[in-house]
Design a binder for this molecule. Structure first.
Ligand code: ADP
Length: 205
């Protein structure tokens, strides 16, 4: 059920929903999935319990891609908070498919939920691992009373997950949690990814 096209004209000036090409889908009577272009480090919902998801690695001490961008924007306190997350085995703070939560420090949101997606060509069951990563984030968010959450395209960068297949996993898993959030956002950095994920959402919702 598509609710609107590029929603909320948003008045003049740049930086509004039009610019981000935000498209909204109803998940339930009281919740929406919103797909937009943009930089997830700039995302927040004013005055709400909100969180962004980081596509981290098992060590949780920073990396490239969205992980690097989030650590740069959050400041060094985030690395320190991640360092304090206990290791489950040497060098592993968050195993693939699991999630951990920290404060967000200099970011405009209240929390960062760190998850680790599968390396597509290495993981024996990449779809199960990716689904588990989304589920772990949504479960942890729910436990922390977060009502607004934004995801990047987990595993779609250096981890090499095919875009359309990743979209199917992301959207179908978010749908399972329709009752638990006010808004779930998918914030996509690349035009190609945005176009493919939007097409998939129109097909599945
Ligand atoms: P992974 O290791 O899980 O593949 P990457 O960080 O390499 O993680 O890529 C995940 C996705 O995040 C990619 O699609 C990449 O384009 C995207 N990305 C990179 N920077 C940002 C950002 N600032 N905001 C949102 N998405 C981003």
């Amino acid at each position: 059920t598509r609710v609107s096209g590029t929603s909320n004209g948003g008045g003049g000036g740049g930086g509004g929903d039009d610019y981000r090409q935000l498209v909204q889908f109803a998940l339930s009577a009281s919740s929406a999935l919103k797909i937009q272009k943009g930089d997830i480090t700039e995302w927040s919902v004013d005055g709400a319990s909100d969180a962004i998801v980081n596509a981290a690695n098992e060590r949780m001490l920073g990396g490239g891609g969205v992980d690097g961008a989030i650590h740069r924007a959050a400041g060094p306190e985030l690395r320190a908070a991640c360092h304090d997350v206990p290791e489950v085995r040497p060098g592993v703070r968050c195993p693939t498919g699991e999630a951990r939560i920290t404060p967000a420090f200099r970011l405009p949101v209240s929390h960062v939920i760190h998850t680790v997606g599968p390396i597509y060509d290495v993981d024996r069951h990449p779809e199960d691992s990716l689904r588990s990563a989304y589920r772990s984030c949504l479960t942890l968010a729910k436990e922390n009373n977060i009502m607004y959450i934004a995801f990047p395209a987990i595993s779609c960068g250096v981890y090499g997950y095919p875009y359309a297949e990743a979209a199917t996993v992301a959207i179908s898993t978010v749908k399972e949690f329709a009752e638990d959030f006010k808004e779930v956002h998918l914030v996509l950095f690349l035009d190609e990814l945005y176009n493919i994920w939007l097409e998939k959402a129109r097909e599945l919702l």
